[in-house]
Design a protein around this ligand. Sequence first.
Ligand code: BJ8
Length: 437
Amino acid sequence: MQRSASFEVKAYPELWKVLDIDIERLDKMRMVLGEVYEKHFLSQENRPKGMAYFDWVISEIHGGRIKEILEAKREGRVVVGIFCIYIPEEIILALDGICIGLCGGSPGTIPDAEKILPRNICPMVKSAFGFKIAKVCPYFQSVDFVCGETTCDAKKKTWEILNEYISTYVMEIPQMKREHDKRLWLEEVKLFIEKMESLSKKKLTLERLLEGIKIMNAKRKALQRLNNLRSFNPAPISGKDCLLIEQIAFYDDPIRFTKKVNELCDELEERVKRGEGVKDPQALRIMVSGTPMALPNWKLHNIVESLGGVVVNEESCIGTRYFKDLMPEDFSDLESALKALVDRYMKIDCSCFTPNDERVEQVLKEYRDSKAEGIIYYSLAFCHTYNIEAYKIQKACEKEGIPFLFIETDYSPEDIGQIQTRIEAFFETIRERRRQE
Ligand code: BJ8
């Protein structure tokens, strides 16, 4: 095994062997990850001390957490891989399971996927699928099964093929939000409970579900607290670090993660009191809205923050859409708790739904709450629903006088220069607005 420079993503060749990983290839990938991480994250000035925990998580990304997961499996706990925030984590936790997000954010595995999947589909789907078929993701190699969903065409057709490589269960997510759609979703949730009960050999009770709800509420509250702190000027933490935390939320132990996010927030609150920030108070405040950015997709944030801006909000599933809604915690019976769970999940305003007007309202709300000065709408290439929905968001922004920039991109570095130029011009528009105010 080779060593990387000062920051090291640790290698676990013995463990990888047990998991049937392509060891040589993963070793190269972890070296690249270490270098990129050092360059983009550790080089930031005046980072909060609390980020040390999240640096540690990245250094252990290919082994430390995997060991914990394998240990939990030996205790009989079920490990579920997911690709969408519609999969009810409360239920997985209630039945003592572990939930791991498997969305792919790396260009490295896309050529593998393109041997089977078409080139002109979403890079997130191709990246994730590529990680599995190339055997370079210790998480994919550790889960008991993956739970896909019927949100977009790229995902739902990929599950049929993914099932040839790993057991793939699919939840049908309705595309509208009428009463009978909610009933369908409740039935789907119940089928998922049956699946989890049979694998875990445990029965879902109200008490168990309440435990799962409390863990998730605490985690979501901590993320809300962190996001709210970004509304202060100067921003006490960079957008890049917040995106990283939002990405880590999908595979870290939820209780430990919540504790560490809250500790970081304690530190950030002190910073806010002192008026201390990571960026100049004059830094342009940008909100990002659109498709999720899975680890290690830091492309847009890197560009915005290297040009002197600061990202203050991600209206995305790896962002506020994941944590904006909590669950009530007082129920007298399991059925009413499940109905409330269905209602909570039906509030997720993914562009796969039609109509989806509540998302327009939510974007405007988050813009105001985050005290942003402009919105960059981010769509992954070939994500038709987010791409088309940009029209409505742009119209609403124009009506409200909000500076708006649309960017469609994938994971390749080829268009970085072009995006930089467009963002520089966008920044100039915002500066001009400032001068006029
Ligand atoms: S609830 S946003 S996590 S589906 S970006 S794969 S939609 S082509 S990720 Fe998503 Fe659930 Fe919706 Fe959120 Fe398809 Fe679009 Fe790719 Fe997407």
